[in-house]
Unconditional design. Structure first.
Length: 569
């Protein structure tokens, strides 16, 4: 392949690049390999969590595919912060920050070593959007590959996931689960490699990768332990070489219409509220304005078709067993809820990729639109005098959607979790957790420990919870997150006091505090900013530049501000 227009010409072509080539000879490459396009193969492999431990194997398979198709693979890794381990303590402040670090580290590695194309393999929650953000930022020919979900564990004759363990903590504190039972559950809930098995953030974003067109059809579904993952990895390596020759590039794939397709698959599967952060962030890399309210518009018009946990009954492995993500996409396409003309990494349109897909009979994992679980999606955007810049709630499987009650205010998750564990709250309360937003946290923590403890105490339908932080994709109940403006910026959530009456209507998408504009203005005038404990380091730096959750909690100007694109330089 002619390298005269490829980035790697800057390190491999011409007499002046002899020192650079000497490094490649030192690593065992020959002259022909150095003359080929250099393809980065990045994964989030590490030993932090089961989400990542199978990714090294898949990276090796992807490298075989690149080499077979005439490229020279160069493997590297990026970080992850695993939410399941970071959850419920200050470590969770690192989680969303890590998305930016993942994208930045891939960008810097590709730029610094002038790679011509990219295969990106992700496991944990933030690795998926972070890797896709880097692909779009660089606009380098790229294929995304999900590392696969975990298989369910078995406990007392039923399938279980890590969510059952989090809720088990609440049951133990309520006296309905013994320590011996909780210990037995924790030992079997996660039986091997793979990301969390329900329709939590990792699987939500994996399904997005296919819907938006950055991943090969079928690649998001097989669990991590299946050998078919290696085949998809090889095919990803081969596909990226086709993209290098013929296109399309990521910014031809990630468009306003493909972003709407991505939001539709999240809505149709009752996916993670975190998608309302990651889709705007992905759009931002391409210079496309697509905020929380744009995502929520798609949610409102998209039917809920898949009966998946945490709101439903099934897991990712069940979707795989009936045909994978393509079944969900086909149901949406047939119902008129997708833009079928969007181009994908196959070089074909989404509709062309789905032409031969048939929704199987005799299963109730994924419904056609004619038998939709609900004609509105599994998530709802919220707005009102308590959230002028919006908020989001997952309603899939939710019985109580209208709620009024007095505020029970906490200024950190730790304080709220301690109160919940000690049962210092009452049925009818609206629990407020604030100063946990992107800037005020800093880092916008997830609240799964607290929400799961509430459910474990059988109080999930008797209280509501509102935060300017985030929720895990595994969270269930009337839990409203991403409230903006956040408390640290003087948003209304920061002005609440114990006993203020809150009205929530998830059907109408509204949330109000029964205070007059005059009272809110008086409280705002008396409000003073709080100082957090991160006054240096990566989390401090993040807090200086991070945008509002409405816009994806991004930290740089994005594609709209660019004067050149890496791939064209």
């Amino acid at each position: 392949m002619d390298k005269s227009t490829l980035p790697s010409r800057h390190t491999t072509v011409g007499p002046e690049r002899a020192p650079h080539r000497s490094y490649y000879y030192a690593m065992g490459l020959n002259e022909a390999q150095i003359a080929q396009p250099l393809v980065g193969v990045v994964s989030s492999w590490n030993e932090a969590a089961p989400c990542n431990i199978s990714l090294r194997r898949q990276a090796e398979a992807a490298k075989r595919g690149v080499a077979a198709a005439g490229g020279t693979p160069r493997e590297f890794t990026t970080i992850t912060v695993t939410d399941g381990i970071a959850m419920g303590h200050a470590g969770m402040k690192s989680s969303l920050v890590s998305r930016e670090t993942i994208a930045d580290s891939v960008e810097l590695t590709v730029r610094g070593h002038t790679y011509d194309a990219l295969v990106a393999i992700g496991g944990c929650d933030k690795a998926l959007p972070g890797l896709m953000m880097a692909m779009v930022r660089l606009d380098v020919p790229s294929v995304f590959l999900y590392g696969g979900s975990i298989m369910p564990g078995r406990f007392q004759g039923r399938d279980v996931t890590v969510l059952d363990v989090f809720e088990g903590v609440g049951k133990h504190s309520a006296g309905t689960m013994s320590l011996e039972e909780l210990t037995a559950l924790e030992k079997v809930a996660c039986p091997g490699a793979g990301s969390c098995g329900g329709q939590y953030t990792a699987n939500s974003m994996a399904y997005v990768s296919e819907a938006i067109g950055l991943a090969l059809p079928g690649s998001a579904s097989p669990p991590a332990v299946m050998e078919s993952r290696d085949l998809y990895a090889e095919q990803a390596g081969e596909a990226v070489m086709r993209l290098l020759r013929d296109g399309p590039r990521p910014r031809q794939i990630v468009t306003r219409k493909s972003l709407e397709n991505a939001a539709a698959v999240v809505a149709a599967t009752g996916g993670s509220t975190n998608a309302t952060l990651h889709l705007p962030a992905l759009a931002h890399e391409a210079g496309i304005a697509f905020d929380l309210f744009d995502v929520a518009e798609v949610f409102a018009r998209t039917p809920l078709l898949a009966d998946l946990k945490p709101g439903g009954r099934y897991l990712a492995k069940d979707v795989h067993e009936i045909g994978g993500v393509s079944i969900i996409l086909k149901a949406l396409l047939d119902g008129g809820y997708l833009h079928g003309d969007c181009i994908t990494v196959t070089g074909r349109t989404l509709a062309e990729n789905l032409a031969d897909v048939v929704i199987p009979d005799g299963q109730d994992v994924v419904m056609p639109v004619s038998r939709a679980i609900s004609m509105t999606g599994g998530l709802v955007g919220m707005r009102g005098n308590l959230a002028p810049d919006g908020a989001v709630v997952k309603v899939a499987g939710l019985q109580t959607r209208v709620f009024s009650g007095p505020a029970r205010v906490f200024d950190s998750e730790e304080d709220a979790f301690a109160a919940v564990t000690a049962r210092r709250y009452a049925a009818g309360d609206v629990i407020i957790i604030r100063y946990e937003g992107p800037r005020g946290g800093p880092g916008m923590r997830e609240m799964l420990s607290t929400t799961s403890a509430i459910y474990g105490q059988d109080m999930g339908d008797q209280v509501a919870l509102i935060t300017d932080g985030r929720f895990s994709g595994a969270t269930r109940g009337l839990c409203i997150g991403h409230v903006g403006p956040e408390a640290a910026l003087g948003g209304p959530i920061g002005l609440l006091r114990d006993g203020d009456l809150i009205d929530i209507d998830a059907n109408a998408g509204t949330m109000q505090v029964r205070l007059s504009d005059e009272e809110l203005a008086a409280r705002r005038a008396a409000w003073e900013p709080r100082r957090h404990n991160f006054q240096s380091g990566a989390i401090w730096r993040y807090a200086q530049t991070v945008s509002a959750a409405r816009y994806g909690a991004v930290v740089h100007p994005g594609g709209a501000a660019e004067t050149h694109v890496y791939m064209d330089s």
